[in-house]
Design a protein around this ligand. Structure first.
Ligand code: TMP
Length: 201
């Protein structure tokens, strides 16, 4: 089973994933956790280039392609082999981040972006996507002081389009997406995630 975590900045994904992994491992399941962009040596190098605050001249097309380069590597090297071996993969961001950020955020043609995503993933889609939803101002405020990257520094309106994009995707594919209110205390969010995943694995 392939489970992805999505959400605007500061939604608490990186806190929740280890908690869910521990819960599933305690049930004897083989769980792999990873993150995008990154998760491989090559992907982490690409991540450093995309997120470097110095790279303000990066064109949205360059940004979109670099995310797909990192994704192609993690899909083939890490995610697909673990799924084929019967394990559960929990991934901190995946293809929907590209639709939300590069598609809705940068207002690029969604069909073009979807085509690139399909090429990078060879059509591998999550079985379940948890949208940790939080309003943009609260999320960005939470992220201050943590790893602040080039995308965090985009205008608030960009982040508002990203959030709206996520909610739109969740509406369009309700069988795959579950929206979790990430403004709740972390232990409430963890319970909501656990209940949702238990019902599906
Ligand atoms: P994070 O690890 O703190 O979530 O940072 C990842 C950043 O990269 C976040 O700002 C979202 C962004 N991102 C995209 O814009 N497109 C993508 O395809 C992915 C995977 C991430």
């Amino acid at each position: 089973m392939f489970i992805t975590f999505e959400g605007p900045e500061g939604s608490g994904k990186s806190t929740q994933i280890p908690t869910l992994a521990e819960f599933l491992r305690a049930q004897g399941r083989r769980v792999l956790t990873t993150r995008e962009p990154g998760g491989t040596e090559i992907g982490e190098q690409i991540r450093a280039v995309i997120h470097d605050l110095k790279n303000t001249a990066m064109h949205p097309h360059t940004e979109t392609l670099l995310y797909q380069a990192a994704r192609a590597q993690i899909v083939e090297q890490i995610i697909r082999p673990h799924l084929i071996a019967g394990g559960i993969v929990l991934c901190d961001r995946y293809a929907d981040s590209t639709i939300a950020y590069q598609g809705y955020g940068h207002q690029q043609k969604l069909d073009d972006v979807r085509l690139l995503v399909r090429y990078a993933t060879e059509g591998l889609k999550p079985d379940l996507t948890l949208l940790l939803d939080i309003d943009v101002e609260t999320g960005l405020a939470r992220k201050q002081g943590e790893e602040w990257n080039r995308l965090d520094a985009y205008a608030v309106d960009f982040h508002r389009r990203v959030r709206a994009g996520y909610r739109q995707m969740a509406r369009e594919e309700p069988q795959r997406w579950v929206i979790i209110d990430a403004s709740q205390p972390p232990e409430f969010v963890a319970t909501a995630i656990r209940e949702c995943v238990t019902g599906r694995v």
